[in-house]
Design a protein around this ligand. Sequence first.
Ligand code: NAD
Length: 464
Amino acid sequence: MNAQTEITAVEARIRDVVANQRTYFRTKATLPVDFRIAQLKKLGDLLRAHEQDLYDAIYNDFGKSKHHTQLTELFPIFEELKTALKNLQGWAKPRKVPTNFINQPGKSYIVPEPLGTSLVIGAWNFPYNLSLIPVIGSMMAGNTTVLKPSELPAETSRIMAKIINENFDPGYLHVVEGAVAETTALLNQRWDKIFFTGSPQVGKIVNTAAAPHLTNVTLELGGKNPAIITEDASINVSVKRLIWAKFINSGQLCLAPDYVLVHKSIKTRVMERMVAEIKKHNYTVERGNFTRIINERNFDRVAALIEPEKVYYGGETSREDRVIQPTIVHNVSPDDAIMQDEIFGPIIAVLEYDTLDEAFDIVRQLEKPLAGYLFSNDKTTKQRFLAEIPFGSGAINDAVMQITNANLPFGGVGNSGIGRYHGAFSFECFSHMKPVLEKTFDFETNLKYYGHSDRQMKWIKRLG
Ligand code: NAD
């Protein structure tokens, strides 16, 4: 088979998958909330039944341990399912809102409506979490769903495809595995919703593909997340939290602090503390608190960012094992290569600053990040940080943990993304919140039937 016929075969297969899902959606089977709840329960049961397979697959892909997988992948998925099962009946009901004076007597409400057929495209770094939490959102809202997991962790993609495709009607929920060819073929179809997690570069491809159909798009992208540590911060607590947040998944986390701006008066103490924390954790794949870099291409990219003369700690790498030791580089300037793109690996770049204005300027000169972190005890500094630094989500005196609170939406801004999800926000992300005004036949004011009279004008002015 040559490349052209292969692409055509992929396109044809995917066209059928989508056509089948559209037909299924039109049957209205997904509309009853009880149906959605039953399907969500079924997904949860299947994941529980295959727990060991899920652990094995991700360990084989990039050395992610059972404990780490439980904490960062399965626990958040089960939490999301639990929240969905508890709240879905309520979320799916029409929501009453007040009716303004000129529409009296009448009532107003918002009716959640499924969008139709969704495409969810996952990223590799948290392959279960970033694929299945959006899928749960799509199911909650009553859509049919096609999931395209990242192809890089091949075994996790395969196990999700097996679990879902062997147990769900493909018209309702189906996994299409593959890389660029398959994703391109998927993006060539018309969707009612595309939910994409990945890089800003591919996010632009997705947005372009969605444009001809005006498809509703959510883009969960990345960026360079700043962490600012001010003179008055508790160094011990700040560094402890920062180091944990930085080295989860070996820094392959979209929310990880990317670079740290430290006030020059505390820089040495902060870096000494960072080294002590790193040593305390004793990060290794074998101990289960570190992972391999996903592939050689990413290994080469991250390793190339380590300038030997700027290494304060670490810097050792093994291409054979795809491991980069936790590394701190310092004396970094905004022009350095490491400051040009998201690091997405186990390197902390330390920049020092003198005034808060200087620190904020460095952040503001870069694209709007997915996350912003401030470690400070000063009220004015906190207020300035919130008012002057744009970011998708953030934390003060912590990092990454904002994602664990489903009452806070998760998403980016500008170059780090469009839209938000998790919990109730996921339900809305995959729904059209349809606003409706309902009147009776009983009564009608004549104000809107414009008669050009002075009396009408007087009333309109009075009501405005
Ligand atoms: P990626 O953009 O390379 O890939 C994401 C998905 O897009 C994959 O499923 C892949 O198969 C597909 N894809 C890749 N190239 C494509 C192309 N040319 N055309 C169509 N589809 C294509 O991203 P990644 O390497 O998987 O993930 C790393 C990036 O994702 C980082 O920028 C990170 O910050 C970001 N990320 C964001 C979040 C978030 O929730 N905001 C979470 C994780 C990762």
